[in-house]
Design a protein around this ligand. Structure first.
Ligand code: FNR
Length: 182
């Protein structure tokens, strides 16, 4: 049976290196894994007043998470933390209180940046948030990609053998992690 993964890319940018990284990881996954990118660009800014009557876009987001068996977060680092657009989506799917859509779904946080630290600090903050919303997060390997031009193309093809091997190692551990929760 196919294992459905809801993918959150924390960048809205057309040419996002994190979207490329997500596609690269998906290409390395076994055939019984399917990936759906969760749209987060059109969500309203979370407002606790929503909770009495959740907006349609927010309900749709929650359904996408609930329909998934597992989660994959691929995030840039903005000013040493999580981009607001990603945090907003997490806040929305975690609410209204008592209906946290993430609860118990296994996940992983990876990312790329153009800086040497490869989005490490953003991922550290994200792990904190994901733990609070009850996502068991794969501990190792950490994936901090210091992205260089041409490393991964728009279809997720990786040009560097070492990066491909490293990402395959991540995917193998991720697959094993997700299957533990089946
Ligand atoms: C960045 N960038 C960045 N990089 C980094 O390594 N650490 C940081 O704290 C930041 N901060 C930051 C803030 C803002 C507002 C922007 C727009 C950018 C650079 C970032 O790594 C680069 O723009 C990546 O290309 C963003 O990822 P996507 O959008 O290509 O996936």
């Amino acid at each position: 049976m196919s294992i459905k993964v809801a993918v959150f890319v924390g960048s809205l940018r057309q040419d996002s290196i994190n979207r490329k990284l997500a596609l690269a990881v998906e290409r390395l996954a076994p055939k019984d894994f399917s990936f759906e990118h969760v749209p987060i660009a059109g969500l309203p800014l979370y407002n606790q007043d929503f909770d009495g009557d959740y907006p349609a876009a927010c309900r749709q987001l929650k359904q996408s998470v609930e329909a998934a068996d597992a989660l994959l977060f691929v995030t840039p680092e903005y000013n040493r933390s999580i981009p607001g657009v990603l945090k907003n989506a997490i806040d929305i799917a975690s609410r209204p209180w008592g209906t946290n859509s993430f609860a118990g779904k296994p996940g992983a946080a990876i990312g790329a940046s153009i800086g040497a630290t490869g989005s490490a600090l953003s991922q550290q903050h994200l792990r904190n948030v994901l733990t609070y919303v009850d996502v068991p997060v794969l501990a190792q390997p950490e994936v901090f990609i210091a992205f260089k031009d041409g490393l991964i193309d728009g279809d997720g093809k990786i040009s560097n053998d070492d990066t491909r091997k490293f990402l395959q190692g991540f995917v193998d551990k991720y697959v094993e992690w997700v299957k533990r929760f089946r």
